[in-house]
Design a protein around this ligand. Structure first.
Ligand code: ADP
Ligand code: ZN
Ligand code: ZN
Length: 720
């Protein structure tokens, strides 16, 4: 047999099939070691066939089988993804394997266990042996190391020597959160939930949009669908934004599905990730739960795919290939003949349009569970506060509500937009704004650590005492938004326990889990945070949400800023009053007449949608057009500019031939001109449709080189 192999080298010159003579044990999907040039490299067997296109006598042989990491579905999917995003096959296949495993940095863990074999006479004087014997008889199998510690290595080995016990190797499962396993029966569905489940299961369409207000019980619907898939002997994929993988969420899943669920997220150790992945690959676990990359989980015979918080920006990949998670999930759903359920309280307008036009099945849940009212949103006009001489971040209305909330022993969430509040260092004499040495962005002052940080590359700088431009010592510093807000809160409510959650406090492996856990356990009264606190958390104790700067994201020149603001307000407001007690929201703004805010305050998604979709149509923006950005970055400005010109020239040919397909076409500096010491340029296009996409990828990526990176983004969420 001949094996068609992709070698694991991410270079366009080796982006093709190499043929090798197959050896015993090789399957389609096997990971193998093959000779390549003068070295041995990893390879993936894409296909096995009789005969060869080359002289069989000259074929080299596969050296060794590593494992059978890739499923049939994965091979099929990888081909589609590689074509769709013009991504080398080797790079595409890497999506399907945990990085630690591919690099050989994670392995299976074994331990020695001792099993009781048979009744044996132990001489009475061998006291330790006798004790070990009695213990083991009652506790077989036991961990070898633990036994030796308790009874002495000599005694344990003697028992084995007598044939009373046997020592074997056993694989250890490093599964996270197993202590949370319990027994949580499924809830009885409400009639609305039941109808949703029926509609999803009976629908003709593959893609389902579950549009349910916050607290409408979408999670219970997901769990019901997953349980149904398991019952049919199938598996399931459950995708959530990384930040939503909270301890509560995980314990709920562990309690409901126990070891059937495998959890894949960035907070796990390499060993845990490896073992969870292996459990899925072996079919021991049937539910893959995780953020974006879990869409590549190695489950077979998938019965349902769930993608919660469909509108969330984290579903767009930020490294190559820049895939769209929902698109991959849909490919998988079609491959398996199962349903893909997109869930959200605030679907993206692209998705909602498809649902309204019948391409997706639309299920709506307009009410919270048990008809609990949605929290009332009170608007505080900050212009009036300023006129009254209130210079603090808190309106009188929010202060009063906070007081009442704390007095009642309830919890509050204070939300602020990161961008709106980030503070930089400005020279008061010459106006110089201090920037990062590697990125074209201003540094942010962190008062707690007394240092300056770049929020793009993470670099930390010591405090400046003088302006780098003019030498003046008159520099103005103010802390980051969250620090400042916490400072004000402490003064207003000295006895309140306050937690801060932002990019600084959540650094480290489990940063945000710890904070969310402490808040859930009511170890704090107020949680102050940025975008992170807006996501689907369910804190029953929270009855008040304060939104400090609702309109900040409205001022960004991005066609999605209105939609983002609506989503953010709805999501963060939805954290209030989820468990019975009526919730309240105070929304502070300098622009109370803004139409986006007015729709948000009434929870009028449809009103918002109609307005937004009409605007997009009139201005020819997505989903009525496609925005494509070709990025060129290089360490040398000259190289970046040269490459940009090549890319531009090549795309210009396309433009000249199809000018009627283009609504906009130009080349320019990227808004942030340098990130991590790389210069950035772009060709920005707005197209009427997708017809030219393959051509654009082809032409743009042809100019990649060792010194210059070129990549394509479709409808990018971030245009910096
Ligand atoms: P969503 O995901 O739509 O925001 P959740 O699934 O978190 O909503 O549900 C909101 C609340 O309602 C949760 O506290 C959940 O435990 C509760 N809940 C959901 N379904 C039921 C049900 N069928 N019976 C009783 N309580 C439910
Ligand atoms: Zn200066
Ligand atoms: Zn930087």
């Amino acid at each position: 047999m001949t094996a068609e192999v992709i070698v694991d080298i991410a270079h366009s010159e080796v982006d093709k099939i190499f043929e090798y003579r197959s050896i015993e044990g090789v399957r389609e999907g096997s990971r193998v070691k093959v000779p390549f040039g003068n070295t041995a490299v990893d390879g993936y067997v894409m296909r096995l066939k009789e005969g060869s296109d080359f002289d069989p006598a000259k074929l080299k042989s596969i050296a060794k089988v590593v494992d059978h990491a890739l499923t049939k579905e994965c091979l099929a999917l990888a081909k589609r993804i590689s074509e769709r995003y013009r991504c080398p096959m080797a790079l595409t296949l890497r999506l399907f394997l945990p990085a630690e495993m591919r690099r050989g940095a994670a392995h299976e863990l074994y331990k020695n266990v001792v099993t009781f074999v048979q009744d044996t006479d132990i001489p009475a004087r061998a006291k330790a042996q006798r004790a070990a014997y009695d213990y083991l008889k009652a506790h077989s199998p036991s961990d070898y190391t633990a036994l030796c510690k308790q009874f002495g290595t000599a005694a344990v080995n003697a028992l084995i020597g007598r044939g009373a016990a046997a020592r074997t190797k056993e694989r250890v499962n490093r599964s996270p959160y197993t202590q949370m396993e319990g027994d949580a029966p499924a809830r009885t569905l409400t009639p609305a939930q039941e109808a949703a489940v029926q509609s999803i299961r009976g629908a003709a369409q593959t893609v389902q949009l579950l549009h349910g207000v916050t607290g409408s019980g979408k999670t219970e619907i997901y769990l019901t669908l997953i349980a149904a898939a398991l019952k049919e002997g199938k598996s399931a994929v459950f995708l959530v934004p990384e930040i939503s993988l909270t301890p509560q969420m995980l314990s709920q899943l562990r309690a409901r599905f126990g070891p059937q669920a495998a959890i894949l997220h960035s907070g796990l150790s390499a060993g845990e990730k490896f073992d969870e992945w292996q459990r899925l690959r072996r079919g021991e676990a049937k539910i893959a739960i995780g953020a974006r990359s879990a869409v590549f989980a190695p489950v077979e015979n998938v019965g349902v795919i769930i993608l919660d918080e469909e509108h969330d920006g984290s579903y767009a990949s930020e490294t190559n290939p820049r895939y769209n998670t929902a698109e991959i999930a849909e490919l998988r759903a079609r491959y398996n003949g199962c349903k893909l359920v997109l869930g959200s309280a605030t679907p993206s307008v692209e998705t909602y349009l498809k649902a309204r036009e019948g391409e997706y099945n639309l299920i709506e849940l307009p009410e919270r569970i048990n008809k609990r009212p949605l929290p009332e949103i009170v608007v505080a006009d900050m212009r009036r506060e300023v006129r009254r001489g209130n210079a603090s971040a808190f309106s009188a209305a929010l202060r009063e509500e906070l007081e009442a909330c704390l007095a009642g022993g309830r919890q509050a969430i204070i939300f602020l937009n990161r961008r709106g509040f980030a503070q930089s260092v400005v020279c008061r004499e010459c106006g110089e704004v201090v920037k990062c040495a590697q990125c074209d962005v201003s540094l942010t002052y962190h008062s707690e650590e007394n240092c300056l940080k770049c929020h793009y590359c993470g670099a930390t700088y010591r405090m400046l005492t003088a302006c780098p431009a003019c030498g003046s010592v008159h520099l103005s510093y103010t802390g980051t938004g969250t620090q400042r807000v916490v400072g004000e809160l402490k003064k207003l409510f000295p006895s309140a326990r306050i937690l801060r959650m932002d990019v600084d406090t959540t650094a480290g492996k489990e940063g945000h889990y710890k904070i969310l856990k402490r808040f859930a356990d009511h170890e704090a009264d107020i949680l102050v945070g940025t975008q992170m606190v807006a996501k689907g958390h369910d804190f029953p104790g929270v009855t008040l949400v304060g939104i400090l700067d609702a309109d900040m994201s409205l001022h960004f020149s991005d066609y999605r800023s209105g939609e983002r603001t609506f989503q953010l307000i709805t999501q963060v407001a939805g954290r209030s009053g989820r468990a019975g007690e009526q919730g309240k929201v105070v929304l502070q703004t300098y622009d109370p007449e803004n139409y986006i805010l007015r729709f948000a305050v009434r929870y009028d998604y449809k009103g918002f949608f109609e307005h937004e979709i009409a605007l997009r149509k009139a201005t020819a923006f997505p989903p009525f057009a496609r925005i494509v950005r070709v990025m060129v970055t290089a360490a040398e400005d000259k190289k970046a500019l040269e490459t940009l010109k090549e890319v531009w020239f090549s795309l210009k040919e396309l433009y000249d031939a199809h000018a009627d397909e283009f609504l906009f076409f130009n080349k320019m500096h990227s808004p942030v001109r340098r990130i991590q010491s790389r210069f950035r340029y772009q060709v920005l296009m707005r197209l009427k449709g997708d017809a030219l996409l393959p051509d654009i990828y082809e032409r743009a990526l042809a100019h990649r080189s060792r010194d210059a990176l070129v990549y394509v983004e479709e409808d990018p969420g971030n245009l910096s």
